[in-house]
Structure formats: structure tokens, C-alpha cells
Write a new protein. Structure first.
Length: 283
């Protein structure tokens, strides 16, 4: 049933236990000396006897079974390492869940982007997060109808972008590029007028929402009034950068309408052009 080394260790263990019990019994009898009541010194000696017997037992068992204890420790270490390797992804997912919970980076209903995946959070567990995928187009505020499940491990290795404040109202930027020669001041004034006219119906709500976001984030956001800045491209063309703070569901229509009106005005010469004086011919 047992091999010879194990049998020897079992016998030694029994001898050790019997010897310690006999020693403890003998020393206890010697300390008591048939006394009915124990003095403080006797109680202290009995405490030392019990403590010494426990120490001898632990040390003796450790010496007798040292090899087996070492083998068991190595086996246990190997098992622990194997379990950690096998469950590494699960452990990282749990760590990501703790990171999300501790930082409160998002909750159900928020729009987030992680590792290039954008969507609205509909559920999250200690291991995964379920998103309703958002469109990947430029505006990217429409649902695709697909559900994406991402591992919480991503929260450890990738940044989480929370787009919740841009869910209803957002800062939207776009640009229009035209050939040089336009009266820049007139073109800029035309764009500002058109943008203000189209956004006027949303201005009051946009102002309140803009102030709300600034209080929440403690930052100074652009808007709510439209802004137009002017730059040039590497080829020397004029580039008008338009900034709007408006409802997300009308962003695409506003951009298209402003662009259409501006290009139509340019084509009809509704925006004056700068006439450059011709250089005199040298005779």
C-alpha cells in the first residue's frame, strides 16, 4: 500500500507523537506534584510545557516529511502557475471590470469608444460589455443594428473615450475649400450669417446644454455661437473652417445646407471677388 520510505516516515511520526505526549504527561505531572491548587509559577511552567511540545511536534513533522512537503509545494506552485496562465484573460477581464467600476468611466446608456469600437452601453458584466454599435461614418451617430460584445480586458490596455455629452448636442467642425480670389471678409460674414440663421432655432437649448457640459467637465467649450476661421492649403486654396454647436441629429443636414448655399453664392458671384490689378507692360 505504501512504499518503504513512506512507511518509515509514518513509523517515525507515530514515535514522535508518542514521545511528545509522554514527555508532556511526565513534565505536567512533575510540575503539578499532586497540588490541588496551582500557583502562578506552576501555571507558567505548564504553559511552557505546552508551548515546547507544540514546537517539537511542528519541527519534528517538518524534518520527517521535508521531502514530501517540498514536492507538494512544487506541485502546488506548478498548479497555481498553470491556473494563472489558463485564466489569464479572465483575470485581466476582472481587472478591467475593477478599473471601470473604480473610475466610473461610463454606465449603461453612455456612448463610448474603446480600441476603435464605438457604441452605446446596454449591459456590462465582470467579464464583458455589450454595445449597440454606432455608425463608423464621419458623423457616426446612427445605430448600425449590430450588437458588439467586448472583453473588459480592453479597459486595462486601451483608453476609454466617453462620448455621452455629445449624444444630444455636439461640437461639429467641417471645412469648405475654394479657389483663391474671394473677398475673405465677405465670405466669412456670409458663412457666419448662414450658420447663425440655420442654428437660431436651437440656440436657446444649445446655450443651456453648452453651459451644462462646461459645468460638468469644468472646461471652456466652443460655442454655442457659430465660428468661422480661414486658412490656406498647401496648394494655395482658401479653406473655411466652420464650427457649430448643434443637435447631433441635424449635423449632417446643417453641413450640407451651409456648404450648398456657400458654393451657390460663389457660383452666382453673390460673394464679391478681389480683382487684382494687372501689371503694366514694360515697353
Amino acid at each position: 500500500m505504501f512504499d518503504e520510505p513512506v512507511m518509515i516516515r509514518l513509523v517515525l511520526t507515530l514515535v514522535l507523537v508518542a514521545g511528545i505526549l509522554a514527555m508532556r504527561w511526565g513534565l505536567t505531572r512533575w510540575v503539578r506534584r499532586d497540588s490541588a491548587l496551582l500557583s502562578d509559577a506552576q501555571r507558567q511552567r505548564l504553559f511552557y510545557v505546552r508551548t515546547a511540545s507544540h514546537v517539537f511536534f511542528v519541527v519534528g513533522i517538518g524534518l520527517i516529511w521535508l521531502t514530501q512537503i517540498q514536492n507538494a509545494a512544487l506541485s502546488l506552485t506548478a498548479v497555481i502557475v498553470a491556473v494563472v496562465i489558463a485564466t489569464k484573460e479572465l483575470l485581466i477581464c476582472l481587472a478591467g471590470f475593477l478599473v471601470r467600476t473604480g473610475s466610473r468611466s461610463f454606465s449603461v446608456g453612455d456612448w463610448i469608444e474603446v480600441n476603435g469600437v464605438r457604441g452605446e452601453v446596454v449591459d456590462f458584466t465582470p467579464l464583458t460589455t455589450t454595445l449597440l454599435e454606432l455608425d463608423e461614418r464621419e458623423f457616426g451617430r446612427d445605430y448600425t443594428g449590430r450588437t458588439t460584445i467586448i472583453p473588459n480586458a480592453w479597459y486595462v490596455t486601451h483608453q476609454v473615450i466617453n462620448e455621452t455629452f455629445g449624444k444630444n448636442y455636439a461640437v461639429h467642425r467641417f471645412r469648405i475649400t475654394v479657389e483663391p480670389g474671394l473677398d475673405i471678409a465677405a465670405a466669412r460674414e456670409f458663412l457666419l450669417t448662414q450658420a447663425a440663421e440655420l442654428c437660431s432655432r436651437y440656440h436657446d437649448v444649445a446655450s443651456r446644454y453648452n453651459a451644462l457640459i462646461e459645468r460638468k467637465l469644468a472646461v471652456d467649450l466652443p460655442g454655442p455661437d457659430p465660428e468661422v476661421t480661414i486658412t490656406t492649403t498647401d496648394l494655395g486654396k482658401l479653406q473655411f473652417h466652420i464650427l457649430l454647436f448643434c443637435p447631433t441629429h441635424v449635423v449632417e443636414n446643417l453641413q450640407a445646407t451651409i456648404t450648398e448655399r456657400f458654393l451657390d453664392a460663389v457660383a452666382r458671384e453673390g460673394i464679391p471677388r478681389i480683382v487684382l490689378a494687372e501689371k503694366p507692360e514694360l515697353s
